[in-house]
Design a protein around this ligand. Structure first.
Ligand code: AMP
Ligand code: ZN
Length: 112
């Protein structure tokens, strides 16, 4: 999508620290990390948010990528958190669906 920040990262029009890529997904470091490990996993297909997913099957590759990249990054032993923010109340600021993967320290619960 022309005016989408994350589509521009996929197209390499905006730089990002890419840590993994597949046919259907991209994983890159969050520019404002909230934990020692904080990266985003996105489908290459532009979908605005989880609330805009017509067919959940389209996210299967993204889900698989989260598991795979987290394993590659050595996060399995101590664990990690996967976060998806939806819309205004969910705190979503970029309107291309993305899953935060956070780790490197014990995370607090509940979120604010
Ligand atoms: P959310 O608030 O769930 O929509 O998350 C958007 C995330 O994208 C935030 O954690 C931002 O720090 C991150 N972000 C924004 N711009 C960039 C960028 N150019 N490269 C990497 N991460 C970004
Ligand atoms: Zn997009």
């Amino acid at each position: 999508m022309a005016d989408c920040l994350f589509c521009k990262i996929i197209a390499r029009e905006i730089p990002a620290e890419i840590i993994a890529e597949g046919d259907d997904y991209l994983a890159f470091k969050d520019i404002h990390p909230q934990a020692p490990v904080h990266f985003l996993v996105i489908p290459k297909l532009h979908i605005q948010s989880l609330a805009h997913v017509a067919d959940p099957e389209t996210l299967l590759a993204t889900m698989g990528a989260i598991v795979e990249v987290a394993r590659e990054q050595g996060l399995d032993e101590n664990g990690y958190r996967v976060v998806n923010n939806v819309g205004k109340y969910g705190g979503q600021t970029v309107n291309h669906i993305h899953f935060h993967v956070l780790s490197g320290r014990r995370l607090t619960w509940p979120p604010g």
